[in-house]
Design a protein around this ligand. Sequence first.
Ligand code: 2AM
Ligand code: CA
Ligand code: CA
Ligand code: CA
Length: 250
Amino acid sequence: MEEKCVSTKTSAADLVTETDHFVEDVLISSLKEKFPSHRFIGEESTSAGSKCILTESPTWIIDPIDGTCNFVHRFPPVAVSIGFAVNQELEFGVIYHCTEERLYTGRRGQGAFCNGQRLQVSNVTDISKALVLTEIGTKRDPATLKLFLSNMEKLLKLQTHGLRIIGSSTLSLCHLASGAADAYYQFGLHCWDLAAATVIIREAGGIVIDTSGGPLDIMSCRVVAAGTKELAMLIARELLTIDYGRDDET
Ligand code: 2AM
Ligand code: CA
Ligand code: CA
Ligand code: CA
């Protein structure tokens, strides 16, 4: 089996491969040729600690491989995510589930689809009837781990049907859009994890908000999403939080 060239970024669990860089370079260079005046935000061309600002200009927001750790281990949930914003408003999103050959698309005001089939979120409002998704992220410091475990414990004590971690935040959000899961929450997500998925969920009838319960800011690194407002607000109320910083801060 082909060996992958893997490096680490901010921690031993924060992986990147040559393929992440290759996919991002190909996407940005081919889009730049067609749209020379547009801006681009890509995970691998945004260096750690550098500012990442969403302006009014037409901007492509790209995660070349979401689920890099899965990709390295050959665990199936792996996706490419491309969102597009104008005047800081998300216009459309495309997420490709590479190993299942599923293409998720959403365009503001025009619905969300998977391989052409319309997507619809679930109508679950009660946490004790919900399947909830989250991700671990790449930080392993005591405060992050404590927050992660405390939040899982809180949801389990509320008798949630189940908690799942699949290693790809964009595909977790696509499962929510298709009604296969009822809610999702995570701290530490970047704009390239959220841009495309947010349009797809909203167009499937779902709610994407900040963990405070207020409006989503895709640069704030915090998100709760659910099929219904009731479930999203309930989870936002229950979650403990710590300051994760923002994408647009140094
Ligand atoms: P990535 O594969 O594009 O890096 C599992 O780690 C999921 O969380 C993946 O979707 C991953 O995206 C994303 N992720 C990566 N780093 C993260 C972090 N520090 N906090 C939260 N999620 C992160
Ligand atoms: Ca990454
Ligand atoms: Ca990602
Ligand atoms: Ca990535």
